[in-house]
Design a protein around this ligand. Structure first.
Ligand code: SF4
Length: 311
């Protein structure tokens, strides 16, 4: 699309959103042209908070399906739309509600902490949801002698064990994008860019190893944490180990600094299913509505509200 056509379509999207009283929420991994028309760009926690607080009558969620479900659970009176219903998540797909019920039955009395990348039905079986932004605080809010089932991300679970000193029972799920960032990618970059700070998402396949050989230049952060860190840091060069969509926001919010991905292949095909055309069509044709049955939503809401409340 030419720059002029892109600008025209972005104006069309903004006008439709105003006309329809819709707020556009976009995840940090969305393509730049979506991020640039969004009312708010952030990570799962920030987006959940925005979804809960917005006064708009509709939310268009530019992210993946479980995120739109979370918005629908938090704001049941609002219309929640997603521009492409097929935008799923390999991590959320790694555990079903039936599998979780069976795991709970094997571990009676355990508290269930679920990363927000789960379906509404899994959240309904959960005591506390968390994101990478507040997972540590959520674990620390639970009494030390309480057994915890953590799901679905293996790497985030291992990282949590390290930073909290707690022993967790961890589900063996993974995100194909983050698990694909391997320790060798990090080692290569550390050698090639000795002047750079390394920003690593805790879902990465390299995250636990990064802590093992990490130094003062290695920082394990949520995507929101990466943005805040880069803005505040006096350093000029950063290597980024997460989905490459975050690079657009980093460059925008920390101008004059240099950001490079440790792996160009860290690209989530589900996040990239959302295009500007599909966003325009979603607003124009009022599709695709995401709803969660109230009996599931009511149970899931408690776990999500605990997540939103814990900083
Ligand atoms: S990057 Fe991974 S965890 Fe995030 S939406 Fe894509 S598949 Fe799911």
């Amino acid at each position: 699309m030419s720059p002029a056509a892109l600008a025209t379509m972005q104006e069309e999207v903004k006008a439709l959103a105003r006309e329809r009283d819709a707020v556009i929420l976009a995840h940090n991994y969305q393509v730049p042209e979506i991020q640039d028309v969004a009312d708010y760009v952030g990570d799962s926690l920030g987006l959940s908070r925005q979804a809960a607080a917005t006064e708009a009558s509709a939310i268009v969620f530019c992210g993946v399906h479980f995120m739109a479900e979370t918005a629908a659970i938090l704001s049941p009176e609002k219309t929640v739309l997603i521009p492409d219903l097929d935008a799923g998540c390999s991590l959320a797909a790694s555990i079903t509600a039936d599998q979780l019920r069976a795991w709970k039955a094997e571990n009676p009395g355990a508290i269930v902490v679920s990363y927000v990348n789960t379906t509404a039905e899994v959240k309904a079986e959960t005591d506390y949801c968390c994101t990478s932004g507040n997972a540590k605080a959520v674990i620390e809010a639970i009494p030390a002698d309480q057994e915890i089932l953590f799901l679905p991300d293996l790497y985030l679970g291992l990282w949590l064990e390290r930073v909290t000193g707690r022993k967790l029972r961890i589900w063996m799920g993974e995100c194909h994008v983050h698990a694909g960032i391997r320790p060798a990618d990090i080692v290569r970059w550390q050698d090639e860019a000795p002047d750079a700070e390394l920003l690593v998402h805790p879902e990465c396949g390299c995250a636990s190893q990064c802590m093992a050989f990490g130094n003062e230049r290695t920082h394990i952060l949520s995507t929101e944490g990466m943005v805040n860190f880069a803005k505040a840091s006096p350093k000029k060069r950063f290597l980024v180990a997460t989905e490459v969509g975050i690079l657009h926001r980093l460059a925008k919010e920390a101008p004059g600094k240099r950001f490079e991905p440790v792996s160009e292949d860290a690209l989530c095909r589900y996040m990239k299913m959302i295009t500007l055309e599909k966003l325009r069509d979603s607003l124009r044709d009022w599709k695709h509505a995401v709803t969660v049955p109230e009996e599931v939503a009511a149970r899931a809401r408690l776990a999500i509200e605990r997540m939103v409340a814990i900083a």
